[in-house]
Design a protein around this ligand. Structure first.
Ligand code: GTP
Ligand code: SPV
Ligand code: MN
Length: 595
């Protein structure tokens, strides 16, 4: 196969001349093609077949031990002016960046197959969708892209019709960490990734295209590309409303998107639209609508069990690729907190020994098509997307941040998003558990200067009078003994209900300097066995601690200099002033709306 789009054919020819592959395979996206790839990977040991009785069509891939997570320190945004990439990105000049990585690509595919993967991010018929082509020499990447995106012939036809696509060039090289580079050229809609086979570094449709390149496109075209799940909440009377929620990597998006209402939440249903990325546009009526550019999940395995996430637990029992999990003696996949079975072989293929660390890598992942999810919303395929009622930001904070609070308006909401901080996780290489600033959960993913990004967010208030309300959540508060104060998982529905009730002005709230908190009795806690004082801790604000936090935020935002929008600076000053007053007076908190 070839293509009738000259620009695409020319690029493939140029890449082939540079990388010297033995053969070129144009991916059609059929199930038969997937089967053949899997068989080839089983034959050469790239994949290991799991127990066909209990895990049919499931496979284990063990990555190179040095290649288990995103590598933010090796990820660059290459713009002519470094200020366009901003302090939030590593920067290289485009010419130098091309030269460095092209030297690595030279001859890199000798003896290998070059796969051409045309893909469409978003429903094939949606005007909001955007296409790309990934060239890779990794059959593992092709198989993952098949499960996670709309890829193959139909995507190629759309690309040929539109004549434009994002170019993504990937090779695993020899996986030498010293030759690993993930480069983005927003001005050329181009991505070049070398030396890693891991998800976010190698599945270029995901973070590289759908966030870093797409955030640039969204800025110019007036939309938002966000690290957000999209979930539908259906009330007992049958009305479904949609929430988009940004949480940093490994902080609960997949779990919230696939939530199962606990028995206490009778009649409520939850539908998954997406678990990682949302593209949001204003429609002609000024309503914010979201699509999920992906059609599958690349999810965190550890912690998934029948209690925390039954839908995910069942969903990954068939037609799933596991990366870096352990094995039981029965050849089933195993991971920490699976709560069934015992590990026999660890993720490195050694007999399991607890003294050598966890059995599964903390960032072990499953790849699965969204159609495996029993709660997959039928509207996930709707070209027009779904209307968003509330936007939620959050982080993993063992102290300080309340369970939930509401921003007073859009502008305050943008500050709330810009102020997000979270404990780092195993999703990225480096320290785990260190609080770092992660605005809008986009620190690793915003493909341009955050100051301009916040200005873009703020500009939505000039374009629509019917924007969603903005909230902040934290499921991860702990007591002195390190135990979670809030049960989380399915019980988070109680918080989502409060959020939706606030959108309808049906729940009471109390004003605080940082935003509106649940008034006593407004959050349904019936039947929860919360520790003494937990609810109070979860729904109150300590002005002194928050003043310290705001001074951290101020320091962080100061890096952005004169590019920082005045509105954000003014908003920060307002919140700080209110905290100052609260810290020095005993003014009682004020109720803003009654039931
Ligand atoms: P990425 O795919 O990296 O973007 O992550 P994600 O945001 O989708 O995170 P995910 O839902 O996979 O959750 C990551 C970890 O957080 C898992 O180990 C979960 O078990 C745990 N987790 C998720 N939700 C909750 C919660 O409500 N409470 C607690 N305590 N842990 C949670
Ligand atoms: C994340 O790290 O936020 C992920 C996994 O969702 S990756 O695809 O590697 O980005
Ligand atoms: Mn993610």
């Amino acid at each position: 196969m070839t293509t009738r789009l000259d620009s695409l054919q020319q690029w493939i020819d140029d890449v082939a001349a540079l990388t010297q592959p033995e053969r070129i395979h144009w991916c059609t996206g059929t199930d038969e093609e997937y089967r053949l790839l899997i068989d080839a990977m089983l034959a050469d040991g790239t994949l290991h077949a799991l127990n066909p009785e209990t895990y049919p069509n499931c496979y284990l891939h063990r990555s190179d031990p040095s290649d288990v997570a995103r590598v933010e320190h090796l990820t660059y945004v290459c713009t002519d002016d470094p200020d366009d990439a901003g302090p939030n990105n590593n920067w290289l000049a485009p010419a130098e960046a091309h030269a460095r990585i092209d030297a690595l690509f030279e001859g890199a595919m000798r003896g290998r197959t070059l796969y051409v993967i045309p893909y469409c991010m978003g429903p094939l018929a949606s005007p909001y969708s955007r296409c790309g082509v990934e060239i890779t020499d990794s059959p593992y990447v092709v198989a993952n892209m098949k499960l996670m995106t709309r890829m193959g012939t139909a995507a190629l036809r759309r690309i040929e019709r539109e004549g434009r696509f994002v170019r993504g060039l990937h090779s695993t090289g020899d996986l030498d960490p010293d030759k690993r580079l993930i480069l983005h050229f927003p001005g050329e809609s181009t991505i070049k990734s070398f030396g890693s086979g891991y998800g976010g570094n190698a599945l270029l449709g995901k973070k590289c295209h759908a966030l870093r390149i797409a955030s640039n496109q969204g800025r110019h075209e007036g939309w938002l590309a966000e690290h957000m799940l999209i979930v539908g909440i259906e009330s007992p009377d049958g009305e479904t409303r949609y929430i988009a929620c940004a949480l940093p990597s490994a902080c609960g998006k997949t779990n919230l998107a696939m939530l199962i209402p606990p028995a206490s939440q009778k009649g409520w249903k939850v539908w998954t639209l997406g678990d990682d990325i949302a593209w949001m546009h204003l429609d002609d009526d000024g309503r914010l609508r979201a699509i999920n550019p992906e059609s599958g999940y690349f999810g965190v395995v550890p912690g998934t069990n029948a209690k925390t996430n039954r839908n995910a637990y069942d969903m990954i029992r068939h037609d799933t690729i596991f990366t870096n999990v352990a094995l039981t003696a029965d050849n089933e996949p195993w991971w920490e907190d699976r709560r069934e079975g015992e590990p026999a072989i660890d993720w490195l293929g050694r007999p399991y020994d607890p003294d050598q660390g966890p059995a599964a890598h903390p960032n072990s992942r499953f790849t699965v098509a969204a159609s495996n999810n029993p709660g997959y919303s039928t509207l996930a395929e709707a070209p027009e997307g779904v209307p968003i009622s509330a936007i939620v930001f959050g982080g993993r904070r063992k102290d300080l941040a309340p369970l939930v609070y509401e921003a007073r308006d859009w502008r305050h909401g943008v500050l709330v998003g810009a102020s997000v901080a979270s404990e780092t996780t195993a999703a990225s290489t480096g320290d785990v558990g260190v609080v770092r600033r992660d605005p809008m959960a986009m620190q690793p993913f915003c493909g341009y200067n955050f100051a301009d990004y916040w200005a873009h967010w703020l500009s939505f208030a000039d374009r629509s009078a019917t924007l969603p309300k903005i909230f902040h959540v934290n499921w991860f508060r702990r007591d002195e003994d390190g135990r979670f104060l809030w049960p989380g998982f399915g019980e988070n529905l109680r918080v989502l209900r409060w959020i939706l009730d606030r959108c309808d002005e049906r729940a009471a709230a109390i004003d605080s300097p940082i935003g509106r908190l649940p008034a006593p009795g407004s959050l349904d806690t019936q039947g929860l066995e919360l520790d003494d004082g937990a609810l109070d801790a979860l729904t109150s604000v300590q002005p002194a601690a928050w003043l310290a936090e705001m001074s951290e935020v101020a320091k962080y935002l100061a890096q952005y200099g004169s590019r920082l929008p005045d509105a954000l600076r003014a908003e920060l000053a307002r919140v700080t002033r209110e905290l100052d007053i609260a810290a020095t007076s005993a003014t009682p908190r004020r109720q803003v709306s009654a039931l």
